[in-house]
Design a protein around this ligand. Structure first.
Ligand code: NAD
Length: 427
């Protein structure tokens, strides 16, 4: 492979500094609870109001939206809920009799409380509210807390509406690390979240990871600053490629976009087009900076090498604009979500096509997909052994306990063998 353009920074570039900041904030909140949260909200978001959004204020915010805006958010909600319900139905409870007298089963139980973070620093991420809250509800979570940073006097009206129609039980006007810690600890709501989900900037993503590492709650996945890759062959339209790359670079200064291609001509055309398309963007500073610092164009010799590069980078979004889409579907091994063909730009999935847009970043796609209904569900197992089954299973379990040096365990098995079959010799 050959770099036609190479990044100057990677997702790890600022991580250590971010981790230190987040660690200090979490320690402060652990020590001082709600008082610390109030101070942090003032410091980072200039917020001194109530955190819980009242019904009255919510209705006032929603009334500022046009009917078209509300209809479009409802459309996104329907599509995302339809896909999420299909995911829920794909997971089944079951019970088998593995051997006569041995009943084994699986139960699926939704978590009690989910905390959904909806980013709001740069944009009003209304669709993100749908992605997390509606998916939690499709899983059957009875209590969902949703929060987002206030922008000026309130959270964005579109975000409030999306949270509301998706079924949020409490909405908090709060952002950043303090919002994540608030949901994990049940501050202001008295309902600690069992799982924290949703995307966010580096601070938010690190806070989720640290709280999960402490064992306090689960998280969906490390869903930090957006990453997008496009795989293109010689049939792709270079203008479409450049427009799509710029569309994703607008997320933030630290949002990488990568092009992998086996066509030198395409690589060179896109390299030339990028500054022109960036210059036409209303905010060329952000996409220009992320392209300069994080953008890459990689030339590969064939499809197999393209797959290898893709799987190593494991980007959050991967678009394929190439011939033989089913070959790519069968052969790509790591990505957050896949967009096949020129008709499927990332913005479709980001907003309303139906799959979830809360997706793994920083190579987390090597071990996980994105947010889905299953993340909100606990899969429990159970068993019942008859007395008769103890004859085989109790005897073998007892011997295995002693192989492992666990005498107490062995005696629990032996006790039953002697109780149920007193006339047999169990040595
Ligand atoms: P955000 O809501 O994630 O972050 C804003 C909050 O950050 C503020 O409320 C503030 O409290 C906190 N903050 C800001 N500066 C801070 C500092 N110096 N120290 C501590 N806290 C600070 O909104 P955003 O910043 O616009 O970021 C949204 C992110 O979400 C982008 O990076 C975007 O790429 C990402 N995203 C990811 C996905 C995904 O699935 N991976 C999806 C959509 C968006």
């Amino acid at each position: 492979m050959e770099f036609i353009k190479k990044a100057q920074k990677t997702a790890e570039s600022n991580s250590e500094k971010t981790r230190d900041i987040v660690k200090n904030i979490l320690q402060d909140i652990d020590a001082r609870g709600e008082d610390a949260v109030r101070e942090l909200a003032k410091k980072f978001d200039g917020w001194e109001g109530d955190f819980i959004l009242s019904d009255e204020k919510k209705e006032r915010l929603i009334s500022t939206l046009s009917q078209r805006e509300k209809d479009d958010i409802r459309f996104a909600h329907e599509q995302v809920s339809t896909f999420a319900r299909a995911q829920r139905e794909s997971l089944k409870e079951f019970e088998i009799e593995s051997t006569p007298g041995v009943r084994l089963g699986q139960r699926i139980v939704p978590m009690d409380v989910a905390g959904c973070y909806v980013p709001g620093g740069r944009f009003a991420h209304a669709c993100s509210a749908v992605m997390s809250v509606a998916t939690a509800k499709a899983a059957g979570v009875p209590f969902v807390i949703a929060c987002s940073p206030p922008r000026g006097e309130s959270i964005a009206p579109a975000v409030a509406y999306a949270m509301d129609i998706s079924g949020a039980d409490i909405i908090l006007e709060m952002g950043g690390v303090q919002a994540i810690a608030t949901m994990a600890n049940g501050l202001f709501t008295n309902r600690p979240a069992n799982i924290l989900v949703g995307p966010g900037n580096g601070f938010v993503a690190e806070a989720k990871a640290m709280l999960a590492g402490s064992g306090k709650c689960g998280i969906d996945v490390f869903a930090g600053p957006t990453e997008s890759a496009i795989i293109a062959d010689k049939t792709a339209d270079p203008v479409t490629l450049a427009i799509d790359l710029v569309s994703q670079a607008e997320h933030g200064y630290d949002s990488p976009v990568w092009l992998y291609t086996d066509s030198r001509k395409i690589a060179e055309q896109v390299l030339e087009l990028m500054p022109k398309i960036i210059a036409q963007h209303p905010d060329p500073e952000v996409s220009g900076s992320s392209w300069r610092d994080y953008g890459e164009i990689i030339l590969c010799k064939d499809r197999e090498e393209l797959c290898k590069v893709n799987d190593e980078y494991a980007a959050e979004h991967v678009q394929v604009i190439a011939e033989d889409l089913d070959w790519w579907l069968a052969n790509l091994g790591s990505y957050g979500s896949l967009f096949l063909g020129e008709g499927s730009t990332v913005a479709h999935g980001d907003k309303c096509s139906g799959t979830n847009h809360i997706l793994p970043t920083k190579k987390a796609a090597h071990f996980s997909g994105g947010l889905n209904v299953h993340k909100f569900l606990k899969i429990f197992t159970y068993q019942e052994l008859s007395k008769e089954a103890n004859k085989t299973f109790g005897a073998i379990a007892s011997r295995l306990c002693r192989v492992e040096g666990m005498e107490g365990h062995a005696r629990a098995c032996d006790w039953r063998l002697e109780k149920y079959f007193p006339n047999e010799d169990w040595d």
